[in-house]
Design a protein around this ligand. Structure first.
Ligand code: ZN
Length: 382
């Protein structure tokens, strides 16, 4: 049994390097489970993913808390005793920016619409939170504007453990019905919320808050957001993307969606015209077919199934035997077989067995595929 770990991230969210004593380490499935006397590593908690970093030379892969003791899972085993430790502070600071931003957004949603925050996920790649009511784009635009005004006002953010006897008289948001050890995070006079995570010390450090997307989720709304450095990276990615599209379309960035819309409309029209033209080619091919009293095999490398069908419908009246129309490539031919005088369903199974194929259809026409060579198919229908 260990004493509870001293949590440096509660004393100061900006501690990135610290000296701590390794009290124990033991081999576990995914590395070594290391306990320190004190730590600045924030564990996976309250929807936020854990900090990473180093204890001496050992990489900290994951951190969790159990019964007040913080456990660090490392790749190698550090020796017992004092070591320098450091957390990946860029990543931690991004999470602090996003987490405080989420509090601001949820505080505004609570005050404007009376909705509660009922879920939160702050991972390495995305940030989402859930509220227990439906919000639309215009409402979220208003929330986003107000949230950024709070950022620009550079309000102080304070985290503290209020005296137990004062707690019942304090107004704060909380996902859980907490009664003791409650830590509150207060953002100026706009929001107070129970929270265990590290936060920035003033809202200006968040830089900017952007709501990315939202969807209905379990009767409420799930919202995707970015803030701070993640917002900058997101902006860069989107900017590069739109710059590329703008270059490809030779159109100003402000007009890409309109230009793309007309390109798509043109493309759809061309596709429809091409479809008609290809069917006409198939029918013209059928006109070139010479009347024959036996089976006849035709291979059209560039055709597809609708064109094989159009060809067969136009050609098979001139053919006393089976009209076998093929497209595709060696070993994977698509077929349409038709006849104006035989029930093809009766022989479809045998044809498929003999030519390593599969498929079926109507009495006058069957379609499918053959895993055979063209020579084998031609020989078979001779
Ligand atoms: Zn929180």
């Amino acid at each position: 049994m260990f004493n509870k770990t001293e949590k440096l991230y509660y004393e100061d969210a900006y501690i990135s390097d610290f000296c701590a004593c390794v009290l124990s380490s033991s081999a576990v499935d995914d590395g070594f489970d290391v306990v320190l006397d004190k730590t600045a590593f924030f564990p996976e908690e309250g929807g936020q993913s854990a900090d990473t970093g180093y204890i001496a030379e050992s990489r900290v892969l994951r951190v969790y808390e159990k019964d007040g003791v913080v456990h660090h899972i490392t790749d190698t085993e550090p020796s017992l005793g004092d070591h320098w430790c450091n957390i990946d502070f860029d990543s931690r600071f991004e999470k602090m920016q996003c987490h405080t931003a989420e509090h601001i957004l949820c505080g505004i949603i609570d005050s404007l619409f009376g909705l509660d925050n009922v879920g939160f996920h702050l991972g390495e790649d995305e940030v989402t939170f859930d509220v227990n009511g439906v919000l639309d784009r215009s409402q979220l635009d208003k929330v986003e504007k107000m949230a950024n005004d709070i950022v620009f006002s550079n309000l102080p953010v304070e985290a503290f453990f209020p005296p137990q006897n004062r707690l019942p008289y304090m107004k704060y948001r909380s996902k859980l019905d907490l009664t003791e050890g409650v830590r509150l995070v207060q953002i100026g006079d706009v929001d107070t919320c129970a929270c265990c995570a590290p936060h920035v010390s003033s809202t200006g450090e968040i830089g900017v808050i952007k709501i990315l997307d939202f969807m209905k989720h379990r009767g409420g709304t799930r919202i995707w957001m970015v803030a701070g450095n993640r917002a900058l990276l997101d902006y860069r990615k989107r900017y590069e993307n739109i710059k590329r599209i703008s270059g490809m379309l030779s159109t100003p960035q402000s007009d890409v969606s309109n230009t793309l819309e007309s390109y798509i409309a043109e493309s759809e029209k061309s596709k429809a015209e091409l479809k008609v033209a290809r069917l006409q080619i198939a029918e013209l091919e059928a006109k070139l077919v010479e009347p024959t009293v036996t089976n006849a095999v035709y291979y059209f490398p560039t055709f597809n199934i609708p064109e094989l069908i159009a060809f067969s419908n136009a050609a098979n009246k001139k053919i006393a035997g089976l009209t076998v129309a093929l497209c595709g490539v060696e070993g994977d031919y698509k077929y349409v077989i038709s006849s104006h005088n035989q029930d093809l369903r009766a022989i479809a199974k045998k044809i498929n067995v003999d030519l390593n194929g599969r498929g079926g259809g109507r009495p006058e026409m069957i379609q499918g595929s053959f895993a055979s060579t063209l020579a084998e198919i031609k020989e078979y229908f001779k």
